[in-house]
Ligand binder design. Structure first.
Ligand code: HEC
Length: 456
């Protein structure tokens, strides 16, 4: 009997051992999953979504001059000029290998980045179609996986993107514009409807006095816009703004007149703007993690900035709803505040290209949640890198478009230790015969970095 029991136990151990083996082979699968990121893109994404069209000899491959089969795809994509003429003229390449700065110069990324769809078509009507042509968009997980791979320098070998991202199989869906319900605990702002004339870009400001005083604590911002919107930004006013300058409520203050010239009257007010929230997409719902809120000084109300692009021959209607959800500050563990790094003592000599550099060092640990640059029309490039510490020199933000700098969300936050900071490096082309300095007029220049941060 005892022996039998012993044998039974032995059998169990052997079986247990077998399951161990099975576990090991599972582990092997984990190892398989840490295939080179590029391989995953090629084998799991391109083969199913792109290769049918982008194979040597097909009319599609001839039309795009792009073959995405395994043998040649990497060389066809990386550090290669684009075939599309409009994108080539805009200085884009297919995929550069310089990391973050390459992301914003990548025509390939523009072609697959479905959440940016409206922008893609309204800004770049000669950029062709979104890819994969005629098929559902890539999943949000696949897009984020590819985005990380580009930010890591788009290497041919090495596992640089997080494979768990691929479990997100949701896809970008266009949300039809409809009014938002009024938030239970919050503020709703409704801009419009207003007209945008045919073949015209209308950018305007509109002031709203929030009927609140002091600080508000925001843990969610939801924005929805009628189609055709290029961007929408909510600015607070700095406390230093003279009350005299507070604009009249609800009045549409167009930034340019019918001939495209700047309305100077608006500019003085813009000097006191602090970036609060905004989007370049038709719909966003930005929710902060439980226990976190953005602290906003809403005393002086909000200035709304809307930019609509109408490329049709008919009048277009602009309209935007914003819901600002509020929380009680006592329920908040991390209070994030607006970061404003402003370099305002500089000179740009006439008829020269000048690069300005300015480092801001923090004396406490900072967790940065968002970055957004601000400059005027002479700005060619606005880069931000980490200053000090182990990551000294690492590029964390770049904009090549002074009018529409990217709003970069940092999730997880970028944490900087005391003594570390951010270095802004901005290049300007002063094509005028006068020295330019910091100032408000469009001929003057600015070098400001906005964002949110919290401390421990
Ligand atoms: C139904 C066929 C089809 C499918 C599927 C397809 N493409 Fe394309 N692709 C085209 C055509 C046609 C063009 C050229 C016209 C255009 O740019 O819209 C093109 C152009 C491109 C370009 C621009 C090349 C250049 O330098 O101008 C890129 C990048 C691209 N495709 C990537 C992809 C990727 C990545 C996928 C898969 C996720 C994909 N395509 C799926 C047909 C297709």
């Amino acid at each position: 009997m005892k022996n039998k029991n012993y044998l039974f136990l032995l059998l169990i151990f052997i079986l247990w051992g077998c399951t161990e083996v099975a576990r090991n082979s599972n582990d092997d699968q984990v190892i398989i999953n840490s295939r080179d990121s590029w391989k995953i893109i090629q084998e799991d994404i391109f083969s199913q979504n792109c290769v049918d069209c982008h194979s040597a000899g097909t009319s599609f491959a001839n039309q795009s001059n792009l073959v995405l089969t395994q043998d040649v795809a990497y060389n066809q994509l990386t550090n290669q000029p684009v075939d599309n003429q409009a994108a080539l003229d805009d200085g884009l390449e297919r995929i550069g290998t310089d990391g973050l700065s390459s992301l914003y110069k990548s025509y390939f990324w523009e072609k697959i980045n479905a959440p940016d769809k409206e922008h893609f078509f309204s800004d770049h009507h000669n950029y062709g179609s979104l890819m994969p042509l005629g098929l559902p968009h890539l999943t949000n997980g696949q897009l984020e996986f590819i985005r990380q791979w580009i930010i890591e320098g788009a290497p041919e070998t090495g596992s640089v993107s997080d494979t768990t991202l691929l479990t997100d199989t949701t896809r970008f869906e266009e949300i039809n514009f409809s009014p938002l319900a009024i938030p239970e605990n919050g503020i709703q702002i409704h801009l419009g409807p207003f007209e945008v004339q045919p073949n015209y870009e209308r950018e305007l400001l509109n002031y709203t006095d929030l009927d609140t005083s002091g600080y508000i604590y925001v843990n969610q911002v939801e924005i929805t816009m009628r189609p055709g919107s290029h961007h929408f930004i909510l600015y607070t006013f700095r406390n230093s703004m003279p009350d005299l300058l507070i604009p009249e409520e609800g009045v549409y203050r167009d930034l340019r007149d019918a001939n495209g010239n700047f309305n100077i009257d608006n500019l003085a007010v813009m000097y006191y703007h602090d970036f609060f929230a905004g989007t370049q997409w038709p719909y966003i719902n930005r929710t902060y993690p439980p226990g976190m809120a953005i602290k906003i000084d809403a005393d002086k109300g909000l200035d709304l900035n809307s930019h609509y692009v109408n490329r049709s021959d008919d009048v277009l209607i602009g309209e935007i709803y914003t819901n600002i959800h509020l929380v009680d500050p006592t329920e908040v563990e991390h209070i994030a505040e607006i970061l404003t790094l402003n370099h305002n003592e500089f000179e740009l000599p006439p008829n020269e290209i000048t690069t300005l550099e300015r480092t801001f060092t923090f004396n406490q640990r900072m967790h940065i949640l968002q970055l957004f640059s601000h400059a005027h029309e002479h700005n060619l490039e606005f880069a931000v890198e980490i200053a000090g510490g182990e990551r000294d020199g690492e590029l964390v933000y770049i904009s090549y478009d002074w009018e529409h700098p990217p709003i970069l969300e940092l999730d997880p936050p970028l944490t900087l230790e005391p003594g570390e900071g951010l270095r802004m490096i901005a290049t300007y082309d002063n094509w005028t015969n006068d020295t330019l300095t910091f100032g408000l007029l469009s001929e003057d220049e600015m070098m400001i970095l906005f964002g949110y941060y919290y401390t421990d």
